[in-house]
Design a protein around this ligand. Sequence first.
Ligand SMILES: [Zn+2]
Ligand SMILES: [Zn+2]
Length: 247
Amino acid sequence: MPAIQLPWYEQRDVGDGIKQFSQPYIHRYFAANFFHLRGRDADLIIDFGMGLQPLRPLLDVPPDKPLIAVATHIHADHIGAFHEFETRLGHPLEADAFARMSDEETLAQVFRELPNAVTQPPCPGWTPEHYRITPAPLTRQVGEGDVIDLGDRQLQVMHLPGHSHGSIALLEQARGILFSGDVIYRGGLVDDLACSDKGIYRRSMERLLTLEIRIAHGGHGPSMDQAQMREIARGYLQGTAAMATAQ
Ligand SMILES: [Zn+2]
Ligand SMILES: [Zn+2]
């Protein structure tokens, strides 16, 4: 089989010095968005995709400029290439899981068993059975209210559990930008995993209902404005209201 030339990652400028990456050949369940932000003193990458092809060499960052990698949460579709980065940030509730990268915690086995996991192999002879995630212990733990400083841009960590225990979003308040990972996005939200908690998820949605933003870049699907984000949060709260009154 000849070497595969197609660009595995699609890159798109979404404004505000942000590049959005997608992975068009991966099954839609595992085809997450991730983002590269340019700052004055450091760059930031938020999530990293499945890691089916090397990612770090594709990023346009000067060799002497710090690059901070922050994981929104532990699932395979977001953290496959986390280990390629030297500075790795994530929430303490998932710190052990990042160091282990077990199939159960990352859901890697779900990907391996998925029919049509990819529509093109990432390299010749690749098959899903060989998929493994390299452990990526955190070099810094970040939680609610912590700030990631890029010099001219500051991103504040919001701990918004429910989809998973250590799910975080990053808020750049000065520009009204939220990076919301799998907490909220346009598409079916997932709250029935072993690591999910619907009651806690509701509290995270209540926080998002009052958050002032201009745009939210989600871990899946197209980006949202404030009205769209609040609509999704309201929909979740209404859909789970019966459960809340039963508690
Ligand atoms: Zn997830
Ligand atoms: Zn996801």
